[in-house]
Design a protein around this ligand. Structure first.
Ligand code: PMP
Length: 307
């Protein structure tokens, strides 16, 4: 699905026209994958457009930068405000938000420390990442032959642009083989996560997700789902999973800002089936939450206009 153009993109403190939001071909991050980024969503709510857990996303962005020893020229508060401003000026209601901190033009070579640091924030309307059909009836997953990179290669806790080569390799393999999405194991053979989503299974009444030490990103949707599931009365645990645990799961689903909450209907052709009750309940509560319908979780919605 091509990106849907809007009016303005925030670049280093200024709102520039969409078509002028350009960089030089010798930009450091373009060559070495040395940038960090976020994926955030804003939703339409009764109180106007609101960004889901914006401050948490921006905090994670600056933590990613810290891990790469990139010094952000802007604070969490400044980037939160800049994000809200970008949503406001573009008059988009529900949208996807892509902040990026990248090393700019001026230096080349593998020492990033002398590089200039640039920041951009783009927003555009973006529908469901894995399709409406996937949200309703579940997606078919393939365990990838590509492994999640070891934490001592690139920290998986950081959303580093270059890290996503690993995700793209797995995604393309899965799509070419006729599946919707890939699941990556870590170098020890434990389930880690998907290409851009965390993963949960339901087995014997318990909800299980791999621990962050299995190489998964500390997903903000993952965290929201753990809170929602516990509030619904379910037991949620972080435990290592083998690929065979996926094959015999009672239910399974994946979570992420772009994908939201998507049931898994099969893994490597072992059928799990239509979404089960636990998945449905959690999914319903998540969608009600982002629409601003659940009092308990209204604090997760950060409104772009003061009301
Ligand atoms: N894992 C990876 C590799 C991701 O890129 C994402 C998307 N940011 C996630 C998990 C889910 O994280 P979140 O719920 O914060 O979007």
């Amino acid at each position: 699905m091509p990106i849907q153009k809007v009016d303005k993109i925030w670049m280093d403190g200024e709102l520039v026209d969409w078509d002028d939001a350009k960089i030089h071909v010798l930009t450091h991050t373009l060559h070495y994958g040395s940038g960090v980024f976020e994926g955030i969503r804003a939703y339409h709510t009764p109180g106007g457009p609101a960004v889901f857990r914006l401050t948490d996303h921006i905090r994670r962005l600056l933590q990613s930068a810290k891990m790469l020893m990139i010094e952000s020229p802007y604070s969490v508060e400044q980037l939160v405000e800049a994000t809200k401003e970008t949503v406001r000026v573009n008059n988009v209601d529900a949208c996807y938000i892509r902040p990026l901190i990248y090393l700019g033009y001026g230096e080349m070579g593998l020492n990033p420390l002398p590089c200039t640091v640039n920041v951009s924030i783009a927003v555009w309307p973006w529908g469901t990442y894995l399709g409406e059909e996937g949200i309703r009836h579940g997606v078919r997953m393939k365990v990838s032959s590509w492994r999640r990179q070891d934490p001592n290669m690139i920290p998986p806790a950081a959303k580093v642009t270059g890290l996503y080569v690993n995700s793209s390799l797995a995604k393309v393999d899965a799509l070419k083989a006729g599946y919707d999405e890939a699941i990556l194991l870590n170098t020890q053979g434990h389930v880690s996560e998907c290409t851009g989503e965390n993963l949960f299974v339901v087995k014997g009444g318990r909800i299980i997700t791999p621990p962050l030490s299995a190489g998964a990103l500390d997903g903000i949707t993952r965290d929201s789902i753990m809170v929602i599931a516990r509030d619904l009365g379910y037991e949620v645990v972080e435990e290592n999973l083998l690929r065979s645990d996926l094959y015999i799961a009672d239910e399974a689903f994946l979570t992420g800002t772009a994908a939201e909450v998507v049931p898994i209907r099969a893994v490597d052709d072992r059928v799990i089936g239509e979404p089960g009750e636990v998945t449905r309940k959690i999914q319903e509560m998540y969608f009600a939450t982002i629409r601003g319908e659940v009092e308990t979780y209204k604090g997760w919605l950060e409104h772009v206009r003061s009301t």
